[in-house]
Write a protein that binds this ligand. Structure first.
Ligand code: G4F
Length: 335
C-alpha cells in the first residue's frame, strides 16, 4: 500500500486529492495547522466524511522542526505540497506573511524530505498566477513568468526551489502549473464562490446586491476534482516534469456572473455593483492554458465543462441555504 502526505489537506484541493488517493488504495496522511481559535467543525468541514480514513498530523508550514518531526515518523512514497496562503488579494494586504508561509513552507518541506527521505516523490502546487502579465496566449510550460502579486512571486520562488531540488539533488520533484480550479468546496473569498453564494443569498431574500471589482478579468476555470487527478498522475511518470493543467477556455468574471445568475433565473445586471475596494493594485488580465503536454504524456482529461461547473456551484449553494436553520443563514451568506 502506498503512503501519501498532503499539506493543506483541509482545503478544497486537499480534500478532493485525499478522496482520490483513498479510492486508489493509498494510506493518506495530512498536515493541519494547530489553530486554537478556529472551530474544528468548520475548519475540517471538507474532510469530515474522511476523518476515520485519514491520519491528521498537526504542524505549521512556518516551523521546520514541526515538519521534520512528521517526516521523521513515517516513510512516505509521495508528498503533495498544497498548503499556502492562496488568496491573491490578501497577498497585497500582507505580502510579508504570504512570502514567509509560501516560500519558506516549500523550502522546509523540500529540505526535510532531502534530509530524511530523498526518494519520496514531491508535488508542488504551482499556479497560473506565475504567468501574470502574460507574454503569450495560450500559456504553456515554456511561457516565461511575469508575476503580478506577492502571491505570484511566492509561487515562482516555490517553482524554482522545486526545480532546483530536482536538478541539484536528483530528487523526483515536480510542479503542476494549475490554472484556476473551483468547486462547491471553494472558499467564499474567491470570486466564483462569492458569486454563487450571493446568488443563493439573493434567491433566499438574504442579500440584495453583489459588490465586485474587475468584471473584465479573464480566467481559465476548471473543476478541482479533475485537477487533483493530474497531480497524482504527475507523480507516476518515469521522469519528473512540470505540467500545465487547464481547460483551454477563457471567460470573464462578467461571463461567470451572467451564467451563475442565469441558473437561478436572475439577471446579474440587476444586482452586481462595482466596488473599487475589490480591484487589485496590479491585475492579471488574461489567463488561458494549453494543457497539451498533460493530455499527451499523462493521459489527463477533464470530466466537467465550464457550464457544468457553474451549475454545480450554484446548485450547491442553493441547496446549502435550503438546508440551514434560519438563524444560521445570515452567517453563511457572504454578500
Ligand atoms: O477568484 P480570484 O480571487 O482568483 P485568482 O486571483 O485568479 O487566483 C486563484 O487562481 C490562481 C490560479 O491562477 C491560484 F493560484 C490562486 O491561489 C487562486 O486560487 O479572482 C479571479 C478574478 C481576478 O481577476 C479578480 O480581480 O476575479 C477578479 N475579481 C473581481 N471582483 C474578484 C472580485 N476576485 C475576488 N476574489 N473578489 C472580488 O470581489
Amino acid at each position: 500500500m502506498k503512503r501519501a502526505l498532503i499539506t493543506g489537506i483541509s482545503g478544497q484541493d486537499g480534500s478532493y486529492l485525499a478522496e482520490h488517493l483513498l479510492s486508489l488504495g493509498y494510506e493518506v496522511h495530512g498536515i493541519v495547522r494547530r489553530v486554537a481559535l478556529e472551530d474544528p467543525t468548520r475548519r475540517f468541514s471538507r474532510i469530515d466524511h474522511l476523518r476515520d480514513r485519514i491520519n491528521l498530523q498537526p504542524a505549521s508550514m512556518e516551523s521546520y522542526p514541526s515538519l521534520f518531526n512528521i517526516i521523521s515518523k513515517h516513510k512516505f512514497d509521495e508528498c503533495y505540497h498544497l498548503a499556502a496562503q492562496s488568496f491573491v488579494a490578501e497577498s497585497f494586504a500582507d505580502g510579508f506573511s504570504t512570502m514567509n508561509t509560501n516560500i519558506n513552507g516549500t523550502h522546509y518541506m523540500l529540505a526535510a524530505l532531502r534530509e530524511l527521505q530523498p526518494e519520496c516523490r514531491f508535488y508542488f502546487a504551482g499556479s497560473s498566477e506565475m504567468f501574470g502579465k502574460v507574454r503569450e496566449s495560450p500559456q504553456n510550460e515554456a511561457t516565461p513568468f511575469h508575476p503580478r502579486s506577492p502571491y505570484g512571486i511566492s509561487k515562482v520562488a516555490g517553482f524554482d526551489l522545486t526545480r532546483n531540488y530536482r536538478e541539484a539533488y536528483d530528487m523526483y520533484c515536480v510542479s503542476g502549473i494549475l490554472f484556476n480550479h473551483e468547486s462547491p468546496r471553494r472558499g467564499y473569498e474567491f470570486v466564483t464562490r462569492k458569486i454563487t453564494s450571493t446568488v443563493a443569498g439573493i434567491k433566499a431574500g438574504l442579500a440584495g446586491e453583489l459588490r465586485l471589482g474587475n468584471l473584465e478579468a479573464k480566467r481559465d476555470w476548471g473543476h478541482a476534482e479533475d485537477y487533483v487527478k493530474a497531480m497524482h498522475l504527475m507523480l507516476q511518470q518515469p521522469e519528473p516534469e512540470d505540467y500545465v493543467v487547464a481547460t483551454g477556455e477563457t471567460h470573464t468574471v462578467r461571463d461567470f456572473c451572467e451564467l451563475a445568475f442565469g441558473k437561478a433565473n436572475l439577471d446579474y445586471r440587476d444586482f452586481v455593483k462595482i466596488d473599487e475596494q475589490f480591484c487589485r493594485p496590479a491585475e492579471v488580465d488574461l489567463l488561458i492554458g494549453d494543457a497539451s503536454r498533460a493530455r499527451r504524456s499523462l493521459g489527463w482529461k477533464m470530466n466537467y465543462t465550464f457550464e457544468e461547473l457553474v451549475s454545480q456551484m450554484v446548485k450547491g449553494d442553493l441547496d446549502a441555504l435550503d438546508n440551514l436553520p434560519n438563524k444560521q443563514r445570515q452567517i453563511e451568506t457572504i454578500a
